[in-house]
Structures are given as structure tokens and as C-alpha cells.
Ligand binder design. Structure first.
Ligand SMILES: C[S@@+](CC[C@H](N)C(=O)[O-])C[C@H]1O[C@@H](n2cnc3c(N)ncnc32)[C@H](O)[C@@H]1O
Length: 495
């Protein structure tokens, strides 16, 4: 990996440069990059913190990476009792990084726990005052965009930043003036990433100023992933030398107007990407057939969004959440013109799968995961897209579980899985083989790849121990996929 910039813990095949069309600076490839290869790898964050609910169940040292390997029960820091760690190694690493500076502050504030953005800002201020950032890192951070002028025009945003900055200045006792702390807060707001697990579950907030230089396109060529505290930006498509690197700041599966409003509100720009140039003539906006009258579709969408809102309200019981999500999906389905891939249909199904899993309704979660795997992801995501791989993996995990536990009949399921006489072992092998053979060109991170390879080797060896070589059983494998398709088709007809 080539690195022409001298930032600690950064390996990259990019250089920063002025980008066209008023985008400010951006990152540009210094070489051709193939799908799945690293565009950027940052080993240590500038700052990363957990979301408040995750402080209880996620190690603040490794962000869950070692925790997943060791399975250790987390122990709270004996000083503040706010953050928890797998073991002394994780604790000592975080202590040196910033916790020694913030621990007494957290202790004094208890039982109050600062929100994630204030904890992140506090870390930046404290590390800056102790000169813990290199001159190069500090310079890239200083040069980051803030959009402070636009923020000053929006009273709500300005108040939020000012309040956080004032609180952090007071708690830290820093000599840095409040206006500078506010600028740091604005930089954090604009340039931070969702910190996720290697499975793309959000756990916190992450900032590295070099990664913060990557501009957005709804037709992006790279994706961001995390493996513990390490950030990876990987090429999703072939990228040529001198081409600009683009990631997506938002969910680009949403229609044109939604995407543009979100980008304008949070990032203050009008997207001019190749996808936006097509306006509403893309799969994100299309219906099955062009309607003469939009009102039934608009009514259905309104109704579905209302159901989604109540379904996801924190006071809603899990079983009611499931009913409401299913009702919302039914509302869109019965228009007979709403594609499975068009939002909010696809994300309703994602939420439904999560709710079904948390309620222990594994057969119905399997049916919906199979629908997503066969009918939605191949259309919505490029084949190297990490989310597509994570979804396939979760279908594997569910299938393994069902192969061990069987399928208790449930009259509420749209179809009875057992009626399709699926050979789940072949199905598991098929999906894992596909995942394994495409993983080097995928944007998934090392821990995830290792998990998939280990599971595939185990499943393959089990077949071999039983005298079966699935690579020579093409007909049996495709028969299983056909049965899965039949199950999906019948389940969809009842949606
Ligand atoms: C995370 S920063 C990216 C780095 C930034 N260009 C810089 O010079 O620091 C996000 C900001 O970059 C600009 N930006 C990113 N993508 C853009 C795009 N597609 N078109 C126009 N501006 C964009 C916007 O000002 C946005 O608020």
C-alpha cells in the first residue's frame, strides 16, 4: 500500500486535492484500485466514542472486536464506572488514549452521563491541550470544513453547538476559547461517521480528519466499514488513478427528493452526482408501472409511514411493532404498484426482520431474510456492497439455527417453511460458498471475512465427513435454490 501523506496510522492510495463543482477538498486515487481493495485504512481514530446505550454492553477499548473473540464479561472502570472494558489490555489502551484525562470529569458528573457528541468533543479538547495529536493530524483537522456561516443562520443548530461547546469548555477547564471549541463541535458534526461493528450495527461516533475529506455521491465508488477502532474505506467498483473517491453520507436507496433534502439539511450542498442528474428516473423513484393518478400511492405511503412511526416508538410493545410493520408493508403491497425495493418498503422489511429476531420468531425472520436475499439486495446493492454480504450472512446464521432447532408451525407465518422440504445444509453451503468466493472483491472488513471463511470451512468439512462433495452436487444445490424461490414467491403473494 502506498502512502504519500505522513499521518500516523494512516495507509492510503489517495491524495487530497481541490475537487470540482464547489465540493471543497476531496480525496483522489493515486493508483488504479480494484473492488474490495483498501482505498484508505486508518488504524487509530482521531476520536471515537460509544453511543450512551452502548456504554453498558460494548468495550470502550476495542469497540467489541476483542470482546467478540474472548467473550469476556465487561468490567467497569473503577474510577468513573461509566465506561467498560474486556480486560486490562483494552483498559490500558483507552487510558493512554484519553480516558486518564476524562475519567475524573465523568466521575464528578455522575449520575449524569454526557451525550456521545459532548464526550467526543471533550476528548478532542483534552487531547489537544495535552498535545496528543501530531502536528500533521492537527493541521488536517484544522483545515476541515465547518459550514459555520450556514450554521449561524440556523438558530436551532447554532444553539445546540454553542451549548455543547460551553459545557465541554467548563468541564475540561481548557484554555481554548469557546469560539474555537464551537468550531471543533461544528467539525465533529459535519465530518464524523457512524461507528459500527464489523456487522454494520451502529455503536457510536467516529472522526478522522483524513477520512473526513471524502466527498459524497449517491452513485458512490467506495464504502466505509469498521473493524473495532480501525476504519476501512474500500473500493466498491474499479477506481482509476486520479479518479475522485466518493462515499455515501446518507441512505441512497431513498427517492431523489428525500436524498437531496437530507444532504442539504445536514451537509449544506445540492448533490450533482450522476444519479441525481437523472432526477426521478431511477429505480429509487420508479413504481411497477407509471401511475396515471399518484394519489392512491401517496395515501398508501402516508399510511405506511404513520404505521412505521408508531411501530418504532419506544413505548410500543415488540409484538405490536411486528403487527404494525406488517400492516405497513401490506398497505404498500396492496397498491399492486409498489416495488419491493422502493422505500420505505425495503427498510420496513429490514426492521421487521430485526423485530422478529428479537421476539424469537425465527421462521418468519427466515422467510423475510430469504425475500431480501433473493428479491431485494441484488437490485438495491452492488455485488461488492458490504450490506449485501451482511444480510446474506444473517440468512446463513438463521438457517443454521433452524437446521438445529426445526420449524415449529406458526399460523401467522405467510407460508409454512417445512412444506417446502428445504435441505437447509445445502442452502447454508450454497450461500457461504457464494460469500466466500466473492469476499476478496467485497467491501467487508477482515473480522467479517474471517468469520465467513471459518464457518464455510466447518460446513464444507462436515459435508466431506459425510462423504458428500457439494461442489459436485450442482443439480441438488440449484434444486434447493428453486425451492427457496418458490417459498419466497408464495410468501410474497400473501404479503
Ligand atoms: C465531510 S466534508 C467533505 C470534505 C470537504 N469537501 C472539505 O473540503 O473539507 C462534507 C462537505 O463537503 C462538501 N461536499 C461533499 N460532497 C459534496 C458533493 N457531492 N457536492 C458538493 N459538495 C460536497 C459539502 O460542503 C459537505 O458539507
Amino acid at each position: 500500500m502506498t502512502s504519500r501523506i505522513s499521518l500516523p496510522s494512516v495507509e492510503t492510495r489517495t491524495v487530497p486535492r481541490q475537487a470540482p463543482n464547489g465540493m471543497g477538498n476531496g480525496l483522489f486515487a493515486t493508483t488504479d484500485i480494484k473492488p474490495g481493495e483498501d482505498v484508505l485504512h486508518v488504524k487509530t481514530p482521531f476520536v471515537a466514542v460509544l453511543d450512551t446505550p452502548r456504554l453498558e454492553d460494548t468495550c470502550a477499548g476495542c469497540f467489541g472486536k476483542r470482546q467478540m473473540e474472548t467473550g469476556n464479561e465487561l468490567k467497569a472502570c473503577t474510577g468513573c464506572r461509566v465506561v467498560k472494558y474486556c480486560d486490562r489490555a483494552c483498559q490500558s489502551k483507552d487510558w493512554k488514549f484519553a480516558h486518564s484525562l476524562e475519567c475524573p470529569i465523568f466521575k464528578n458528573l455522575k449520575p449524569m452521563i454526557l451525550p456521545n457528541n459532548a464526550r467526543a468533543l471533550l476528548r478532542i479538547v483534552l487531547r489537544t491541550s495535552k498535545n496528543k495529536y501530531s502536528a500533521e493530524e492537527a493541521k488536517v483537522f484544522d483545515d476541515l470544513e465547518t459550514h459555520i456561516n450556514e450554521i449561524q443562520e440556523s438558530q436551532g443548530q447554532l444553539d445546540k453547538i454553542t451549548l455543547t461547546a460551553r459545557a465541554v469548555k467548563n468541564y475540561s477547564g481548557t484554555d481554548v476559547d469557546e469560539a474555537t471549541v464551537s468550531t471543533y463541535a461544528a467539525k465533529l458534526d459535519l465530518n464524523s461517521f457512524n461507528l459500527t461493528t464489523s456487522m454494520y450495527d451502529r455503536i457510536g461516533l467516529y472522526l478522522h480528519p483524513y477520512a473526513g475529506l471524502i466527498n459524497h455521491s449517491c452513485d458512490y465508488n467506495a464504502t466505509v466499514g469498521f473493524d473495532g477502532e480501525e476504519l476501512y474505506v474500500k473500493a466498491m467498483r474499479p477506481i482509476e488513478k486520479d479518479e475522485q473517491i466518493f462515499i455515501s453520507y446518507i441512505d441512497t436507496t431513498t427517492p431523489y427528493n428525500i436524498r437531496r433534502n437530507e444532504l442539504k439539511e445536514r451537509y449544506f450542498f445540492d448533490c450533482q452526482c450522476t444519479k441525481c442528474a437523472k432526477g426521478t428516473d431511477t429505480i429509487e423513484d420508479r413504481f411497477i408501472s407509471t401511475p396515471e393518478d399518484m394519489s392512491p400511492l401517496e395515501n398508501a405511503e402516508r399510511e405506511a409511514l404513520q404505521l412505521l412511526q408508531t411501530a418504532t416508538a419506544s413505548s410500543t410493545e415488540a409484538s405490536v411493532t411486528i403487527e404494525q410493520l406488517e400492516a405497513a408493508m401490506h398497505t404498500l403491497h396492496k397498491t399492486e404498484n409498489w416495488p419491493l425495493t422502493r422505500q420505505p418498503y425495503a427498510s420496513l422489511r429490514d426492521k421487521l426482520i430485526i423485530s422478529l429476531l428479537s421476539e424469537g420468531n425465527f421462521t418468519r425472520a427466515f422467510i423475510h431474510s430469504a425475500i431480501r436475499y433473493t428479491k431485494i439486495d441484488p437490485i438495491v446493492y452492488d455485488k461488492a456492497h458490504p450490506i449485501r454480504h451482511i444480510h446474506a450472512w444473517s440468512l446463513v446464521r438463521l438457517t443454521v439455527f433452524l437446521s438445529q432447532e426445526g420449524f415449529p408451525p406458526n399460523p401467522k407465518d405467510p407460508v409454512q417453511v417445512k412444506d417446502f422440504r428445504l435441505n437447509l445444509h445445502f442452502l447454508i453451503w450454497y450461500i457461504l460458498a457464494e460469500l466466500t468466493s466473492t469476499q476478496l472483491e467485497s467491501c467487508t472488513v477482515p473480522s467479517f471475512r474471517k468469520l465467513v471463511s471459518t464457518q464455510f470451512a466447518q460446513v464444507h468439512n462436515e459435508f466431506k465427513a459425510n462423504g458428500i462433495d457439494p461442489t459436485k452436487s450442482r443439480a441438488a444445490l440449484s434444486a434447493e435454490m428453486n425451492k427457496l424461490e418458490q417459498m419466497v414467491t408464495q410468501a410474497l403473494a400473501k404479503e
